[in-house]
Design a protein around this ligand. Structure first.
Ligand code: ADP
Length: 484
């Protein structure tokens, strides 16, 4: 991997704590390239005590950081952003090597991840408080916005860069110190951010990366350590529930970006080609491994067969392979469990009467490669209607009328993203309002941007990331009542 980088010094395998590079008291753990199955790095495996030390260092550094002006913090974050963009190709190569997505998607993720750093660098200057007319003649009321303190994050492997910056950038802009625990599958993409934070001149202890093979140990330390005042998590609803329970003892503030089960609805007045293009991006980007990927594709009866044929043709053009190779559109799945989940959902569909239109099996390349798959005749009784597949399986459900499909789309504990394609204006408005989701894409399959609030309702989460709202999760309000 080192030999593929323009700047080999970007590849860090020690943890980044208090501005220092440290070995793990528990030795190292291996990072595997999912496309080739080989070990690409051995990364520091920190003990719980070492994570407690990182939190202590963050706490010690935070007050000075918060005391800087917004403009001073903005300047440093801007440098951080510039360094990410200057090194985007190398950061993308590291990301593809440990995560599997095609290199152009990985470089795209770096630009997306960096956009949060740029955006929140700008927002650092605009953490406005408020004055409120007093309730008595001698009273003056002010509302200050102050940083919460130390924020800790736990993030997944599917967006190893952007899931960290989406949290760290607003936290740092607000004046919080940050301790990041990346997924054990993708620690290198987090550690390289330590290298860049260092080069950007962020003060020691403000941005820390604690790598560990034991997520649950770190999760406990984050929840039980009184110096941590904010926990921000992206991952499954299952783990989110565990963390919320653990965080309850300290009444810790939590932001949760949890699972989705996104419906993608195609109405009979839709532009079919646009809908197919949107479905392709929405379903097969990152090989179906995003929490906003279309999980259930509902197609109105009159256009069902035509849509299925066009989608099949588009899917058959995908080029599966090692993401570092030219022209590859679809990488491997992250690991064997991910393959098993796709096989389980596929088996359930075919056992209950659905049919495979294209794909339907592991890929000839072996390993964790899987054929991009479309299945038809899918119904609400099948597992894929209830659970996230997180893989390259596009299930096509058939529906007749608007109310029916809204009911089906909302029939889930999740509420992150939903999409639909239609052109009738009153239908568009009605459906957009009726979908019980935090994000709705209308005539588009791609909704992620740093300028909009990303987040879910129901069991998909708490809080919003991105936009001017995103920084609020890292701020406390203080109301000052003054008698004059
Ligand atoms: P995913 O399917 O995206 O891996 P998970 O919720 O399983 O979703 O994992 C998201 C992150 O949470 C990963 O970094 C994982 O290591 C971590 N994690 C898993 N279990 C726990 C736990 N009990 N406490 C804290 N973190 C956990």
């Amino acid at each position: 991997l080192r030999s593929l980088l323009n700047d080999p010094d970007l590849l860090a395998t020690q943890a980044y704590v208090g501005g220092q590079w440290v070995d793990g008291d528990n030795g190292t753990f291996k990072v595997i390239n999912p496309a080739r199955g080989d070990v690409i790095a051995e990364v520091a495996d920190l003990s719980r005590a070492q994570v407690a030390d990182a939190i202590a260092q963050a706490e010690a550094a935070q007050k000075d950081w918060a005391a800087m002006t917004g403009k001073e913090r903005a300047g440093l974050l801007r440098k951080f952003f510039d360094l990410m963009m200057e090194n985007a190709q190398d950061l993308g190569t590291i990301l593809t090597a440990e995560q599997g997505k095609p290199l152009n998607e990985a470089v795209g993720e770096i630009a997306y991840g960096a956009s949060f750093v740029e955006f929140f660098a700008e927002e650092a200057k605009r953490v406005y408080g408020e004055t409120i007319p007093g309730h008595q003649r001698d009273k003056r009321i002010m509302v200050l916005k102050q940083p919460i303190g130390v924020a800790a994050s736990i993030t997944p492997w599917n967006f190893p860069n952007a899931m960290i910056t989406r949290k760290a950038a607003p936290a740092l802009a607000a004046g919080c110190a940050f301790v990041a625990r990346p997924a054990k599958e993708t620690p290198l993409s987090a550690l390289v951010m330590g290298v860049l934070a260092d080069r950007a001149g962020l003060p020691a202890g403000i941005f820390n990366v604690v790598t560990s093979s034991s997520a649950s140990e770190i999760g406990k330390e984050f929840c039980e350590n009184p110096a941590v005042r904010k926990l921000t998590f992206t991952g499954s609803t299952e783990v989110g529930r565990i963390l919320l329970k653990q965080a309850a003892d300290q009444v810790m503030k939590c932001s949760m970006e949890l699972g989705g089960n996104a419906p993608f609805i195609v109405f009979d007045d839709a532009d079919l080609d646009a809908a197919v293009e949107g479905a392709m991006m929405c379903k097969f980007r990152n090989n179906g491994q995003t929490c906003v990927c279309a999980n259930r594709i509902y197609v109105q009866a009159g256009i069902y067969d035509a849509f299925a044929e066009k989608l099949k043709a588009a899917v058959e053009k995908l080029n599966v392979g090692d993401g570092l190779n030219e022209g590859v559109t679809t990488g491997p799945l992250i690991n064997q469990e991910a393959v098993d989940k796709v096989l389980e959902h596929l088996g359930d569909v075919t056992a209950k009467g659905g049919e495979v239109l294209t794909g339907g099996n592991r890929h000839d390349l072996g390993g964790t490669f899987f054929q991009p798959t479309v299945v038809t005749g899918v119904t609400q009784e099948m597992a894929v209607a209830k659970e996230e597949t997180f893989g390259p399986l596009a299930p096509l459900f058939k529906f007749d009328d608007v109310d029916e499909v809204i009911a089906m789309a909302n029939d889930t504990i999740f509420g992150l993203a939903a999409y639909f394609y239609a052109r009738d204006l009153s239908r568009v408005y009605k459906v957009a309002e009726a979908l019980e989701y935090g994000i709705v894409g209308v005539n588009t399959g791609i909704i992620s941007t740093e300028v909009a609030p990303f987040g879910g309702v129901k069991q998909s989460g708490l809080g919003r990331e991105g936009s001017h709202h995103g920084i609020e999760d890292y701020l406390e309000m203080k109301y000052i009542c003054m008698s004059v």
